[in-house]
Ligand binder design. Structure first.
Ligand SMILES: [Zn+2]
Length: 489
């Protein structure tokens, strides 16, 4: 079966057919002026899964994700903090790498920075001016002539007339623009701002032209991606500039991921519900955040709540528990028996269907939500097989369990999930939950020691009373041959 991807430009799923041996993917990266929030995490994780999946399917991929390292927001932050704008950019680019490494997002093959492309940006501006598709103003700005590009508005499905009406109605339209819709390719520098020399005076690039310059060596791209909020104006403008300047298609397919909301509200700094990746990783394991983000189809909006994160954590625990159980069973030597032929055959058919359903979910526009659903059914199925001794000790189930570990390897490669060994996962999770709940560890240790003494003295009434006290703290005790073991409830 072939892979189908939804193309924003055509509003439909299309069979993915690369143009050549190398699949070229460009995703708009961050503007480096602050720590990344979960919207950035979502975009990074979904395109990471796309790239991993394509590679696993045998495609050679060249993945590019840029950094915007010159922008108003960077300049403002630098001014506010009395720092050099380059230093601000470096700080947050390094923070981006740290956060993404923790989330298991693989590094891009190429990470161009806007400031390294000033030459190509100026060339594009020149070319567009010479072709009559852009113009410089007396103040030293350069604008793109939107009406010179006949396909403007197609990507975001807006008509030029509607856009014109909207733009003219806005107050404060720049008098130097020929048309309110025209947008900046080059901005003249205000006094004291960082700037680069240009034929129109000192200035710096507009945001959209950066991506046009950085993609030029690779066009036409097989896939151009980003968050849904970039469709307009960023991608519409990028596409217009590139296609008007170079007379070629910028990208064959456009992929956009949906928004992240917080408690059903738009996430914004002013609402105070802004969540950085770092905030969340104070209380949850990085893989849990990744698991949560992949739990919804990438084009749907996703609502971040702590309840949902807890639910994702519980689901992840169930899967890791099964991984642990399977590994335990495979590590023991048991005498295996055959099941009746027809029973085995029926079981095989059911077992195979999991792998097929998983792949068809991934092939259907990288539907990770559905793929995780299949993984869950398979995990439940494995738990049932393990419960029944007759099945657990059969040759065919042994085969399935070995196959389960192969499937696990595939999920790891595609989704970047379940990458820890089960023991590490449970001990990391315990440490994280202790931190999150603020559990008084000294008190727990003390109660456990008292209980140990009571049990040694065969004082079971006190031992039970202490168990009750521990439960009151949210701690469950188990008595094992190696002594007391405890975990959070
Ligand atoms: Zn871009």
């Amino acid at each position: 079966m072939s892979l189908f991807l939804y193309n924003t430009a055509t509003r439909q799923k299309e069979a993915f057919v690369p143009q050549g041996d190398l699949v070229k993917i460009y995703v708009c990266g961050i503007t480096a002026y602050d720590f990344c929030h979960i919207g950035h995490a979502r975009s990074a994780v979904i395109f990471d899964v796309l790239v991993r999946y394509l590679r696993e399917r045998g495609y050679q991929v060249h993945f590019i994700r840029n950094f915007t390292d010159i922008d108003d927001k960077i300049i403002n932050r630098a001014a506010k903090e009395g720092r050099d704008w380059r230093e601000v950019g470096e700080t947050y680019m390094a923070a981006f790498h740290e956060d993404m490494d923790r989330l298991g997002v693989l590094r891009a093959d190429e990470e161009p920075k806007a400031t390294a492309y000033i030459g190509p940006i100026l060339e594009m501006c020149q070319k567009l001016i010479e072709a009559g598709k852009a113009y410089a103003t007396p103040s030293g700005d350069v604008y793109f002539r939107v009406h010179s590009y006949p396909h403007y508005g197609e990507l975001s499905q807006q008509s030029l007339d509607d856009m014109s009406a909207g733009a003219s109605a806005r107050v404060g339209v720049n008098a130097e623009k020929e048309d309110p819709l025209d947008f900046a390719l080059w901005k003249s520098a205000k006094p004291g701002e960082p700037s680069f020399p240009s034929p129109w005076g000192e200035g710096r690039p507009g945001w959209h032209i950066e991506c046009s310059a950085m993609t030029t060596p690779w066009i036409p791209l097989d896939i151009h991606g980003g968050g849904q909020d970039l469709i307009f104006p960023h991608h519409e403008n990028e596409k217009a500039q590139t296609e008007a300047c170079l007379n070629t298609t910028l990208a064959k397919l456009w992929m956009h991921n949906g928004f992240v909301q917080i408690n059903a509200e738009k996430m914004s700094k002013s609402l105070g519900n802004y969540k950085t990746i770092r905030d969340i990783l104070e209380s949850y394991l990085p893989e849990t955040l990744r698991f949560f983000l992949l739990g919804k189809h990438y084009r749907s909006p996703i609502d971040f709540t702590f309840d949902e994160m807890d639910e994702a954590e519980r689901a992840e625990r169930r899967i890791y528990q099964t991984i642990h159980d399977v590994e335990q069973v495979l590590a023991t030597n048991a005498k295996l028996a055959n099941l009746p032929k027809d029973e085995e055959e029926a079981m095989r058919a059911e077992w195979q269907s999991f792998g097929e359903r998983y792949m068809s979910a991934m092939d259907d526009d990288i539907n990770t939500a559905q793929a995780l659903g299949v993984i869950f059914s398979q995990v439940r199925h494995v738990n049932r097989l393990l419960e029944e001794k007759r099945l657990r000790k059969s040759r065919v189930v042994r085969e399935f369990l070995e196959d389960f570990l192969r499937a696990l390897h595939l999920w790891r490669t595609h989704l970047g999930l379940f990458t820890l060994d089960a023991k590490t996962f449970f001990s990391d999770l315990k440490a994280m939950r202790i931190r999150r709940t603020g559990l008084d560890l000294a008190r727990v240790e003390d109660l456990l020691a008292q209980r140990k003494r009571a049990r040694e003295a065969k004082d079971f009434a006190t031992s039970d009373q202490l168990r009750g006290e521990l439960e009151g703290l949210g701690v469950i005790v188990q008595d094992t041959p190696e002594g007391q073991k405890w975990d959070l409830a």
